[in-house]
Design a protein around this ligand. Structure first.
Ligand code: HEC
Ligand code: HEC
Length: 212
């Protein structure tokens, strides 16, 4: 009898540690990602017709942070763009914090093709702007810097990057009083001299994905 109890206890321990491990895994996030496929695509490739950006290039820590912002109303609130307001209720469907990190881990594990170039700009001028104004936070080559909360930009759709810089400039994104990291970026978006400069930086960032 004692022996049986011991065996059962050991079996229970093995089982529970397996379950805990499985929940931490990107596999758990896969189930949550089912809600996201309709707009962001099975491989996180995005869908321009729905204004839903590519996600597969993003670092998990940034995806989690953005999902938290969408849930809390820091992003996608009343004054934000139509696209951001569409995304906010989607983040709310995720049941808890664990689901956010799991789905973010799953997204980071996806691979998808980079979208075709749409925005026309001067890549050489864009490289100059980028290296002078953006690289300190987003890293050489647009790889991102999680220590500075700065997302990866290489690999992103050019139309989405342009729309985001414009939204930051217009005070639609990054304007919420508690959105500290959004505020940092908002100040930087305002520094670019004009809309053509935004197109130039974006064309440069998209050109980096060719070597990706
Ligand atoms: C109805 C379509 C739709 C669905 C479903 C949807 N999204 Fe989105 N998502 C969007 C749109 C549109 C944007 C762009 C928001 C913007 O322009 O600010 C977006 C933006 C995002 C971003 C921000 C990316 C960045 O680079 O900052 C993340 C992260 C994201 N979605 C994750 C998810 C996850 C995870 C799910 C599933 C739980 C999901 N989305 C479901 C439409 C959708
Ligand atoms: C002081 C550091 C800093 C500098 C310099 C900076 N950024 Fe950012 N950027 C950020 C942070 C932090 C975020 C994330 C904001 C958030 O959490 O919503 C961000 C977000 C972005 C996004 C949104 C990406 C996405 O996936 O949604 C774009 C686009 C962007 N930056 C472009 C630029 C460009 C172009 C420049 C140069 C003109 C630049 N950034 C300079 C800190 C910076």
């Amino acid at each position: 009898m004692k022996r049986l109890q011991k065996t059962l206890a050991a079996a229970f321990l093995t089982l529970s540690s397996t379950v805990v491990f499985a929940l931490d895994d990107a596999d758990a996030g896969k189930a949550h990602y089912a809600t996201c496929v309709a707009c962001h695509g099975e491989n996180g490739q995005g869908n321009r017709a729905l204004n839903a950006p590519r996600l597969s290039h993003l670092q998990a820590v940034y995806v989690t942070a953005q999902l938290q912002k969408f849930r809390s109303g820091m992003r996608g609130g009343a004054n934000d763009t139509d696209a951001a307001r569409q995304m906010a209720p989607m983040a709310v469907t995720l049941p808890d914090d664990e689901a956010l990190t799991d789905v973010a881990a799953y997204i980071a594990s996806l691979e998808s093709p980079v979208s075709a170039a749409i925005v026309e700009g001067d890549v050489t001028l864009g490289a100059d702007y980028y290296n002078q104004l953006c690289g300190a936070c987003h890293g050489a080559g647009g790889v991102g810097n999680p220590a500075l909360n700065s997302p990866r930009l290489a690999g992103s759709d050019d139309w989405y990057l342009e729309a985001q810089v414009l939204a930051f400039r217009a005070g639609q994104r990054g304007a919420h009083p508690e959105d500290k990291t959004g505020r940092q970026m908002r100040a930087m978006a305002a520094i670019l001299p004009d809309e053509q400069a935004i197109k130039d930086v974006v064309a440069y960032l998209h050109s980096l994905t060719q070597q990706d």
